[in-house]
Write a protein that binds this ligand. Structure first.
Ligand code: CTP
Ligand code: MG
Length: 185
């Protein structure tokens, strides 16, 4: 039981790069709109003005950088047998999670645009689940062994799908108050 709780906590810390990437994209974002203003055949924007290269790369790299110590902490603190977690593997995993996070974010915006929702419209789960799921998918694709060692029991995935909407909401309210976002969601 105790080891299961440790595993769950370690996995949550390990996921930090994915969680930091989004708010950091808000800070670095705003330059070089990815879809360059283009519409798809449906007459709607491909991604919209809220998705920029500066946000994508800035948020991913900073997210990995800021989240990496949390990932390391998660592994060394809560995973008893951490010998096989090399520091470089944890760093690369952090990059996978952070890039996965903002790739999922692009995917979510793409779906929102197809549904006719304007930039910044409240997407509810479309604002959150794609980034969580894509982060895990990136880790699974690039670091399969790490994925199964840390998230093999899938409990963290369920927990994160439930708590990120709450975290996301809190962070966006702060971003709104800091005038980084036009709407508090
Ligand atoms: N941002 C960015 N580039 C990204 C992601 C985010 O520049 N790849 C910045 C933008 O300034 C964006 C803000 O972070 O407005 C908030 O991100 P998000 O909520 O994901 O975008 P929205 O503006 O709400 O647009 P969408 O409706 O497409 O989610
Ligand atoms: Mg948004």
């Amino acid at each position: 039981m105790q080891s299961l709780i440790y595993e769950i906590l370690g996995g949550l810390f390990f996921f930090a790069p994915a969680l930091f990437a989004n708010p950091l994209a808000v800070i670095t974002g705003g330059h070089l709109v990815i879809d360059r203003g283009k519409n798809l055949r449906d007459g709607k924007r491909i991604l919209g003005d809220g998705k920029t290269w500066s946000g994508y790369f800035g948020g991913s790299l900073l997210g990995a950088g800021v989240g990496f110590p949390f990932s390391l902490f998660g592994v060394y603190m809560f995973f008893g047998n951490f010998d096989h977690f090399k520091i470089i593997t944890v760093l690369m995993s952090a990059l996978s999670l952070a890039f996965g996070s903002l790739t999922g974010d692009l995917f979510g915006s793409f779906i929102k645009r197809r549904m006719g929702m304007k930039r910044g419209a409240k997407g509810n789960l479309l604002d959150m689940w794609p980034f969580v799921l894509m982060s895990f998918l990136f880790l699974l694709v690039f670091f399969r062994v790490v994925f199964f060692q840390i998230y093999g029991n899938f409990i963290d995935i369920i927990i994160l799908l439930i708590i990120t909407p709450l975290l996301h909401r809190g962070v966006n309210i702060i971003a709104y108050k800091m005038h980084r976002k036009d709407v508090p969601w």
